[in-house]
Design a protein around this ligand. Structure first.
Ligand code: NAP
Length: 251
């Protein structure tokens, strides 16, 4: 039986974040669903409540220091000190380097890197006070390089360095930090990639599955299950790791 904690999941209105929020609630945690659109967050929170879990929806742009401060303060007062944080919010602004704009670069860095920095800074104050914490950052197989994703792959590689540094600095407070790096997961994000390269999503899934050793693409629940373990009490000796969840070997 695991102890009930307060978890914050960013970008949790859909996709991997929503699946992770549902899973962490099923594990017995109270969960704060953070995303840009508060109404969409509340829908996920209500679905969790309907299954007997405890959740709230909080509108928050993770790239805004002010909004992050306010959101984390609200979580602490409504649910209690957040000691589990999943930095999942993400966007893609793909293009080949010569066509990539400064805005494409800046917005990807703002959500993935600055967003994770701001959220972690706000939550670590609660974790160090409680002498307990679990931080999981969403990296990607694209951290190893991917055509059309100079901005995204740089951000996802950056999150790996960020994660390792958090593990070193926060370990003595009982806080672990790990990164989960998904391969192809079937969500709106990969649907947008299919559209960009001019392929039907079904065909893109079929082709991608044929390139993956387990011969299928991933589902949000595959990532949620891995995050669930890293957020558990018993994962306390796993820290500073990057875990590729991609249906085959990557390192
Ligand atoms: P998704 O379906 O596009 O969901 C991402 C969520 O993040 C959306 O609800 C989005 O809100 C939200 N978001 C965007 N900017 C935000 C901001 N500034 N503040 C708060 N929330 C924000 O993506 P996903 O596929 O579930 O991906 C989740 C994470 O896994 C991302 O970090 C992604 O890079 C990573 N990942 C995904 C894959 C994959 O194959 N799908 C592979 C590797 C890594 P809006 O809908 O309002 O924009």
């Amino acid at each position: 039986m695991s102890t009930s904690r307060v978890a914050v999941v960013t970008g949790a209105a859909r996709g991997i974040g929503a699946a992770t929020a549902r899973r962490l609630a099923k594990d017995g945690n109270a969960v704060a669903i953070l995303d840009l659109d508060e109404a969409a967050c509340v829908e996920v929170a209500e679905a969790i409540a309907a299954e007997g879990g405890r959740a709230i929806g909080v509108g928050c742009d993770v790239a805004s220091a002010e909004q992050v401060e306010a959101a984390v303060a609200r979580v602490a007062s409504e649910l209690g000190a957040p000691t589990i944080l999943v930095n999942n919010a993400g966007i893609i602004r793909d293009n080949l380097l010569f066509k990539m704009t400064e805005g494409d670069w800046d917005s990807v860095m703002a959500v993935h890197l600055k967003g994770a920095f701001l959220m972690t800074k706000a939550c670590q104050a609660h974790m160090t006070a409680e002498k307990y914490g679990r931080i999981v950052n969403l990296s990607s197989s694209s951290a190893q390089g991917n055509r059309g994703q100079a901005n995204y792959s740089a951000a996802k590689a950056g999150l790996q360095g960020f994660t390792k540094t958090l593990a070193i600095e926060l370990g003595k407070f009982g806080v672990t930090a790990n990164a989960v790096a998904p391969g192809f997961i079937q969500t709106d994000m990969t649907a947008a990639t299919a559209e960009r390269i001019g392929m039907e999503f079904d065909k893109f899934i079929e082709y991608s599955a044929s390139q993956i050793p387990v011969q299928r693409v991933g589902q949000p629940e595959d990532i949620a299950a891995t995050i669930s373990f890293l957020c558990s009490e018993e994962a306390g000796f796993v820290s500073g790791q990057v875990i590729y969840v991609a249906g085959g070997p990557l390192d």
